[in-house]
Design a protein around this ligand. Structure first.
Ligand SMILES: C[S@@+](CC[C@H](N)C(=O)[O-])C[C@H]1O[C@@H](n2cnc3c(N)ncnc32)[C@H](O)[C@@H]1O
Length: 219
């Protein structure tokens, strides 16, 4: 069982019976859903309306990409808010859980699911309104030891995400960088690739731990 006190290990904590445990955990469900609701509020945060950005409205029926959708807690909250959702996950075991819900629950009907790597998305240019990623994005550099390789991969992914977003597209990423240097390379991968925005941490002085990146595509 993934304890609240330690960060999950990828991919071990999401395979086979661990995927089952994840999906049965009431604590995880509450936590993911709460964080997703907060991230939706951040997406429409007034503080992102700088540099003459047109305001985006909560009610619009946008197409969202949910990066690292897991068993679908975040996607469910997006659907409940009236959005169409494309959920992406790299692990079959986790996506299976979301697929089961889509098959059995009415509230999951508006969900498209794709087994894919966030770093290699099969999505056409300019067809997504907004993107969220909850507790998943820190895993995309999994297996890379070399600093230069991480910078290159993150930069390429940032560029690609910019390309698939429509004009005025926004991204909210909630993730867990392990230190200040990692936080900087994740942030720069967006700022150097056509995004602007800012970050929010639970404690402004913290060097690692839960961080929200609030980003919008530059005009
Ligand atoms: C904490 S879990 C899912 C959280 C999700 N917000 C939810 O509601 O269940 C993190 C997920 O990120 C996925 N993941 C990790 N690296 C990925 C990658 N490179 N591409 C796609 N998904 C990835 C994992 O397979 C796992 O399902």
């Amino acid at each position: 069982m993934v304890r609240k006190t330690r960060l999950p290990i990828f991919p071990d904590d999401y395979l086979e019976d661990k995927a089952e445990e994840y999906d049965n955990s009431k604590w995880m469900e509450r936590n993911q859903k709460r964080t997703t609701s907060l991230s939706i509020q951040y997406l429409f945060d007034d503080r992102l309306n700088f540099n003459n950005t047109p305001e985006i409205q909560l009610g619009d029926s946008f197409i969202f990409l949910d990066l690292g959708c897991g068993s679908g807690y975040s996607s469910e909250i997006l659907i409940k808010n009236g959005y169409r959702v494309v959920g992406i996950d790299i692990l079959h075991d986790m996506l299976l859980k979301a697929r089961e819900k889509k098959r059995h629950l009415k509230s999951f009907k508006g969900l498209e699911l794709i087994l894919a790597d966030i770093n290699n998305l099969p999505i056409r240019a300019k067809c997504i309104d907004h993107i969220i990623s909850i507790s998943s994005y820190n895993f995309i550099i999994h297996g890379l030891k070399n600093y230069g390789e991480k910078v290159k991969l993150l930069g390429d992914t940032g560029k690609y995400l910019n390309n698939i977003l429509k004009k005025n597209g926004r991204i909210v990423i909630e993730f867990y960088p392990k230190d200040d240097s990692e936080l900087k390379i994740f942030n720069k991968s967006f700022i150097n690739n056509g995004f602007e925005g800012f970050m929010i941490k639970s404690n402004p002085k913290q060097k690692s731990g839960q961080t929200f990146l609030l980003l919008k595509k530059k005009l």
